[in-house]
Ligand binder design. Sequence first.
Ligand code: GCB
Ligand code: CA
Length: 902
Amino acid sequence: MLFKLRELLYNKTYLKSVLYTLLLTSTLCGKAYSQSRLVTGFNKGWLFTKDNFEPGAKNPEIGWQQVSIPHTWNANDVMDDKPGYYRGACWYVKNLTVQSASLQKKLYLYINGANQVTDVYVNGHKATTHIGGYTRFCVELNSYLRPGTNNQIALRVDNSFNEDIPPLTADFTFFGGLYRDVELTAVNNTHFSLNKAANGVFITTPRVSATKALVSVQGRINNEQGISKKLRVVAEITGSNGKQVAHRATVINMINKGSDFKISLPEIANPHLWAPEDPYLYKVTCSIIDVLSGKVLDRVTNNLGLRWYKFDAEKGFFLNDKPYKLIGASRHQDFEGLGNALPDSYHKRDVLLLKKMGGNFLRVAHYPQDKSVLDACDSLGILASVEIPVVNAITETDAFTRNSKNMLVEMIRQNFNHPSIIIWAYMNEVLLKPEFGNDKPRQAVYFKNVRDLAAQLDSLARIEDPSRYTMIACHGDYNRYKQVGLIDIPMLIGWNLYQGWYGGKTEDFAKFLDKFHAGYPKLPMLVTEYGADADARIRSLSPERFDKSIDYAVDFHRVYLKAMQSRPFVTAGIIWNLADFSSEERAETTPHINAKGLLTQNRQPKDVYFFYQANLLKTPFLKISNWAYPTGLADSLDHNICTQPLTVFSNLSQVSIKVNGKNLGTKSTADGMAVWNVPFLNGRNIIEASGNADGSTIRDRSVVGFSLIPTNLPAAKVTDIKINALLGSKRQFISKDGTVWLPAQPYVKGSFGFTGGEPYKLKGNNRLSYGTDRNINLTDDDPVYQTQQVGIQSFHFDVPDGEYQLTLHFAELTTNNPAGALAYNLDNNANKQALDDRVFTVEVNQEPVLSNFSIAPKYGVLTAGSHKSTILATGHRGINILFTPITGQAVLNAIQLTGLKN
Ligand code: GCB
Ligand code: CA
């Protein structure tokens, strides 16, 4: 019966009536306890608008959108070419019908996440305002509800910038919306406190060892009507088999509106410990029973994991006295196409993907996330840190301080019972603020204010929860954090390090670690971030910093992981980031996306993910690189093969591969990898990898579609010719339509290539050795247009006679309009540059195809443009494209030639 009702609850049509039948039913015999606290979904059938609304006015009928929660209004506008996304107030409206009897219970509306200021109106009366987009809140509805009629619940959710609310700026998108589940909770008048939307029972484990565990529960009981009663509070611990392992009750003579309670349970002998490899969970059920009637008034169940842990500045992290190198990732809460409005199953899957990678740690960054994330950490055995979104900067106001503190308290109380959590953090890279320029005294005041705020947040966290560690994550400016004294405040210090990415070399990473440890030998440290963008579409045979190639990212992670693994004092290495995530302000090769993920934004694994699997997993693992569409020039004039490196990731000591049936031999792996020079044929290539693990053979197979470009072009078949080349680039790229591009080479006779010019380089940018990092409008294939040969003189294809389609791709990369400096781009201020004047002519086989051509007036700046023409090659002269400048320099971004017929 109960099951049926629950099912119906999620059926939109019956939602209201069924919900209130349930609320009205005073006793559901035998099962009465399960009704003591009734939680029902309230996600379906909301009306939404960006327009103004007067709460209490008649429900809107036209022009409003029907939506279901979770919902965001920014799922799409964060991906368009227009800078910015909608940040303002929107309304959500829904009706609620209640019968008078049901109001004998207390009815609360629970909002699990709404970004970032939410006003809740019931029948036009403001019931509450909640500040902050990442913590839960609840509000009692009874005093505003009218039984028997439609009650209007209207929420005004506003994601405008607000200087008093963290985060102020950050490298992620502040999606607006009612983006986590909404629920209704009905409780009796006597219930565990719902203060700060916590569940009201706080579990601590004062002592845990292999032989015994002591568990305490405490909290507050609210007695809303103030009627005196005798209450029995019962705490019961059960094992995963449901059997009771400890039990204790206490009697409270409740004489007023509330009372605190604390129960120390009897010792549990030989507890089953919680650990990554065996995340055993007990359950703790706490009940309030009316002694007179025997009725269960409230009941709350929490998971319990028994473990103890410590960070040692020299030796690393220990759980249950066993050393663990914490290796894992940070995670943002968005997903391709959905913004931050995800079903719970997506949240859980991310934790599972981390587990399957061999990770044992999740940094829930940069803000508290959905409850399902930490539930998954508890049940999968992933240790975790959670933080409030004080990122990049603070505002020196009382309101900012107050809001930060409140977020901290909400975060801790709402997540207190998760055994996976070992760290509370409260600041990330807060000394970035460069605005003060040369005004050193002003900057000193700011730094002092940051330090004061840190000190307040740190002591508040320790008071709220003396059992966890506190942490601040810093960017790599060691001296600044030291001088400001921020390092001295938390129990743990985290470093977000990007040597060899935003600047410097990957080898500088290890130097930094040693320098810090020498300076602070007693302070446990974590590498709270490290990572390199890896555009899943980009490969390079000559990888370099900031080229966004998968190859550079694999090299980067290899250096970092090794450096951390050989240093016991590095307690944790936390990859930035588990998956690519939305950061609307970003440009580069994947505009609006930060591509440092081990997974793409829709959670497809990149080679870097396989790299970690090969290095972390204990079970046999073997996987061929997922570069499925390479392209390249034939090895020599008379060859029909192209030899290119191919990586196999494995934790086996030796791996063998076969390519198209031919054995290429066995290799030893190093750092989880073995690389072969594979002779690819044009078209389908079958790669088979295998290795032995304790007597059994582990295999992987991959079919690679190789597009081989003949080197001896004059001898090729016209219809075999399909050349897609990028100018001024060293990258290979796969565009959305599956086209595989390769970097164009200087022309050599008998082949194809360019003459003249230099690769475009963005002035004032010390990261890119070629190309621009700015968004190119009107295309998602930005890397096709982001590089360019400046001053190109000609391009030749020594193709046989026949008919061809030629496409020239252009984008004006110079502009008067500077790129904004992103807060986290420390060494890259706004690019100051000017639009270059250029007019040029393009002739193909002596016929003009573009005369007096100027890119910017035709297509606009930083905008993709293409010119297609059909060309006849005759007299064995091939195709010769000549660029003649009239003003400035001629340029070309990319070129395509496809043979049509002889
Ligand atoms: C950082 C920030 C993080 C950024 C990351 C990056 O240090 O803490 O929010 O996303 O760098 O990718 O630049
Ligand atoms: Ca673009």
